[in-house]
Design a binder for this molecule. Structure first.
Ligand SMILES: Cc1cc2nc3c(=O)[nH]c(=O)nc-3n(C[C@H](O)[C@H](O)[C@H](O)COP(=O)(O)O)c2cc1C
Length: 349
């Protein structure tokens, strides 16, 4: 099967829930939440896309990089590419039941593994959401990262302990879901977490804890102070707060502030291999992909997810050849035009 057939099939199955646009930039689906769009005006989603599109790459073609090495090790797990599946949940609400929660999460987890990487799974007001994700990861021998909503402390600790029992190699919470109303309406209050509460979460399990939804230096430093193993610079794909900046706008100062203390992942509007390279040049260790993998899953299940990830992987390799980066450590500000220009290629990070 070809990626173009996956997208065509997804367009038909989605029946306008997602238009599978040529440019997945949040314009056609603005305000469609629940659904695939960004919340409110849709600008936070659009800002993600625009922030990446506004960056230019510095072409370098006189070098000896023929086969760039895209591999990395994340919390002891070797991945072929710095590209992971994002947490995407809500088959009934966001996808209007086109597929089941189990089909959605299995497609993400299995498709990512088949591509040599891993995916996250999500959580929501309906208990099937976290459970389906965790089951998919457990069935895959723990190869996945479940992301639980920032529920009350004891429910959240319980979810983390279940993740540990399922053999997950890392788990986390999307701290940016602090104000999500449907969770409260369904009797699962979510809210902001203090540094002390985060420290308690870190200590409650013996696996790396990831905090997803960090958009400012203050929160990044608090995450590090609490002992988190990683953060995801993310505005939840523009689905929680209107008029948030694009993640690529805030990533550089956050990555600079936390230094080497913590793994920095980033997501939002990553659509091509050049976008992956841009996020890494701004300081991310790896990126997450949301909607394009959802399209893959609806189009052809795990195969659609795998094909989408492999396509991005190939594009990243090409982008690395064109910017003269032999491995991920060599991707830094010097790969961007006008931002860190003059930095020698081998001293980006
Ligand atoms: C339909 C949908 C459902 C999502 N569900 C969750 C979730 O349950 N938990 C979570 O942390 N993030 C969730 N997200 C956000 C993604 O994990 C990710 O941050 C975002 O989609 C990245 O942006 P992109 O879609 O532009 O790649 C969801 C996103 C979408 C589009």
């Amino acid at each position: 099967m070809k990626l173009k057939d996956v997208r065509q099939q997804a367009r038909q199955r989605f029946n306008n829930v997602c238009r599978v646009c040529r440019e997945c930039n949040g314009v056609a689906c603005a305000g469609e939440f629940p659904g695939m769009g960004g919340i409110g005006s849709g600008r936070s989603f659009m800002n993600n896309y625009k922030a990446l599109a506004n960056l230019r790459l510095k072409m370098r073609v006189i070098h000896e990089v023929h086969e760039p090495d895209t591999s990395l090790t994340l919390w002891g797990k070797k991945l072929t590419m710095p590209i992971l599946g994002a947490a995407v949940a809500g088959a009934r609400t966001n996808f209007q039941g086109i597929l089941t929660e189990e089909e959605l999460t299995c497609s993400f987890i299995m498709g990512a593994i088949q591509a040599g990487t891993v995916a996250m799974t999500g959580d929501g007001p309906d208990s099937v959401q976290y459970a389906a994700g965790l089951k998919a990861i457990r069935d895959a021998g723990g190869q996945g990262i479940p992301i639980s909503k920032p529920r009350d402390q004891s429910s959240l600790i319980q979810n983390l302990k279940e993740a540990e029992k399922a053999g997950c190699f890392a788990a986390g919470t999307d701290v940016d879901a602090a104000g999500i109303l449907p969770m409260r309406a369904a009797g699962h209050p979510v809210g902001p977490k203090s540094v002390n509460e985060l420290r308690e979460l870190v200590k409650s399990v013996h696996m790396p804890l990831v905090l997803k939804g960090i958009m400012c230096v203050e929160d990044a430093l608090s995450a590090a102070e609490a002992g988190a193993a990683g953060i995801v610079v993310s505005n939840h794909g523009g689905r929680v707060l209107d008029d948030a900046p694009g993640t690529a706008e805030v990533l550089p100062e956050i990555a600079r502030a936390v230094g080497k203390d913590i793994i920095v992942l980033a997501d939002g509007g990553v659509r091509r291999g050049v976008d992956v390279l841009k996020m890494l040049a701004l300081g991310a260790h790896a990126v997450l992909i949301g909607r394009p993998l959802a399209i893959g899953a609806v189009g052809a299940g795990a195969e659609g997810v795998r094909l989408t990830l492999e396509h991005l992987h190939n594009e990243l390799k090409v982008a690395m050849i064109f910017t003269g980066c032999a491995n991920l450590m060599e991707i830094g500000p010097g790969a961007l035009w006008g931002n860190g220009t003059g930095t020698p290629m081998n001293s980006h990070r």
